[in-house]
Write a protein that binds this ligand. Structure first.
Ligand code: SAM
Length: 351
């Protein structure tokens, strides 16, 4: 297909997802007000902020397209969408709403099904983040998570995740003499494995590893990654504060959408662990929410996220100096960039 046509197809595909996400949010808010009014008035986002959001979204899609054009990842990744999961689990998202609304209204934030074993997890983790049923600790939660995130971000979660791929490939250039299959990359808090799947598409030969604290999400990641013929997912159930790997083991580490869900002390512990297991000369890339320091004009959006969803550590995260934390752990040459609602930190371990 000629490039202009492919680009147009990509933009239309993304626009479709965006409209669907918007329609879903409007409709679910209306149904909630009808059947389970919360009595809480959410502040409308000012028009000038909405215009900035649109501009940031357009920029994200342009960078996403350009990176594919440059060959950082195959164009097919731009159209990768779990359609089967969508048709299978979209009704479940709606059926789950009444429980979510009830939990939100009653401010029940540690609500787990009785059969879920919650022992051994850090207390900060035992939360219904985003009011989700069973937090991160059930197969149901793992099955609907990606869809919920896609709906929340209007189909931009994957384009935002893909922003780690260019700095990742750049960082690996430090190990040009290492054969690709001997380069090891760890995705910390890999969730359902979407980031690992993208890394695999961009770097077909590297050795991939993933850890997460949720056995259910790891099972889901195993299922997703195993779809790739020949893949043997190296997934480990582990707290990112205590990574079960040798010192200086990985050539690169990534971590997507974890830090805003950690209390400050855990953020520092995770960074220190990531430093420990990164090889000298290796790169560590964090991808998380925008912060006040780089996007003060997005304050109404950050406030709305914090107020609408149960995200107990998000507010502190938005003002936390992660560059200082990375440098405190020993990383150097830390750079940052923002893409739509995400912020990337690229940190290097000295040689
Ligand atoms: C918002 S999700 C992000 C998942 C995935 N990286 C993505 O891009 O969708 C946060 C993930 O962090 C995991 N998590 C939270 N605290 C953790 C910890 N201390 N150690 C390891 N994983 C953790 C959760 O189980 C969940 O899978």
């Amino acid at each position: 297909m000629p490039d202009t046509l492919t680009k147009l197809t990509y933009q239309t595909f993304q626009q479709g997802k965006n409209y669907f996400g918007l329609a879903h949010k409007i409709l679910s808010a209306q149904v909630m007000n009808l059947v389970s009014p919360s009595g809480r008035n959410t502040k409308p986002i000012p028009t000038e902020v909405l215009q900035k959001i649109q501009q940031r979204l357009d920029n994200l899609l342009e960078v996403d397209w350009q990176d594919a054009e440059k060959g950082i990842y195959p164009q097919s990744l731009l159209f990768d969408n779990p359609w089967e999961e969508f048709f299978l689990y979209y009704p479940a998202v709606w059926l789950d709403f009444p429980q979510i609304w009830e939990r939100s209204k009653q401010k029940k934030y540690q609500d787990f099904s009785p059969e879920i074993d919650t022992s051994g997890y850090p207390s900060y983790y035992l939360q219904n983040f985003h009011h989700q049923t069973d937090g991160y600790l059930s197969d149901f939660s793992a099955n609907v998570y990606d869809l919920q995130v896609e709906l929340l971000f209007g189909g931009t979660a994957d384009p935002m995740r893909r922003r780690i791929l260019a700095p990742l490939k750049q960082g690996l250039k430090n190990f040009a003499d290492v054969p690709p299959s001997q380069k090891r990359i760890l995705d910390v808090a890999c969730g359902t494995g979407r980031t690992l799947k993208m890394i695999r598409a961009a770097l077909p030969q590297v050795s991939l590893f993933g850890t997460d604290l949720s056995p259910a999400y790891l099972r889901k990641a195993n299922q997703l990654l195993s779809e790739n013929p020949g893949e043997l997912p190296q997934l480990l159930h582990a707290n990112a504060e205590e990574l079960p790997y040798l010192d200086n083991y990985f050539h690169a580490l990534t971590c997507v959408f974890l830090f805003h869900e950690l209390p400050a002390s855990a953020r520092q512990n995770v960074i220190e662990q990531c430093f420990r297991v990164t090889k000298p000369g290796g790169v560590f890339i964090i991808n998380d929410s925008i912060q006040m320091s780089d996007s003060p004009e997005m304050l109404p959006v950050m406030d709305s996220f914090y107020e609408t969803f149960h995200e107990p550590y998000y507010k502190h995260y938005t003002t936390d100096d992660l560059v200082e934390r990375l440098e405190k752990a020993g990383f150097e040459s830390v750079s940052t960039e923002t893409h739509f609602m995400s912020k990337i930190f690229v940190a290097h371990k000295p040689v």
